[in-house]
Design a protein around this ligand. Sequence first.
Ligand code: IMP
Ligand code: MG
Length: 198
Amino acid sequence: MILLPPAILPNKTYTMSVIKVFDKEFVPYLPEALILEKVKELAAALNNDYKGKKPLFISVLNGSFMFSSDLFKELNIEAEICFIKLASYKGTKSSGNVITAIGLDTDITDRHVVVLEDIIDTGKTMYEFLRQLSNQQPLSLKVAILLHKPEATRFPIPIDYCCFSIPNKFVLGYGLDYDGLGRNIREIYQLKEGDIEH
Ligand code: IMP
Ligand code: MG
């Protein structure tokens, strides 16, 4: 007999409670069921918009691994996915921060491309990455994200698909981390009022 850990036993409701990660306290914000519902809705829109187009999804690691996996499972169209990491380093004074995509070995020329990202905060990283991708002449280039913090976004990013718009507060869980921890939490938690953002 296989004993299931309590968290995956069926028909049991769990109340989310305050959690502590390092020095900070986080309060429940988005329950798992709601996240999965929104991810399914987003997948339905993609199934509709990309039928017959064989899109290439570019998932930006680390934060978007859980979102990408749940989303990709819901797609019923022909689609490819690849996983990249964005490394940012200081360029010259005029070029500012330079971003390199590690692991992008698929040619995106003449492809319908959808970038999958966990969260757009200031939008700086995504802005630079999109600029580089568009230079490679994709047939189309769209962005699908789990979370958007509109109050924090300073770069003009076209956000084509988004699950949740959230206030400008630090969140973790469902792939997102606080100093490396918290990615495995199924729900999304928000920094407790009064705790200072890092
Ligand atoms: P941006 O370039 O400012 O838009 O932020 C890029 C990255 O910062 C995201 O891809 C996340 O990895 C991280 N990030 C921004 N806000 C949060 C948050 O509230 N929780 C966890 N990670 C975050
Ligand atoms: Mg990220």
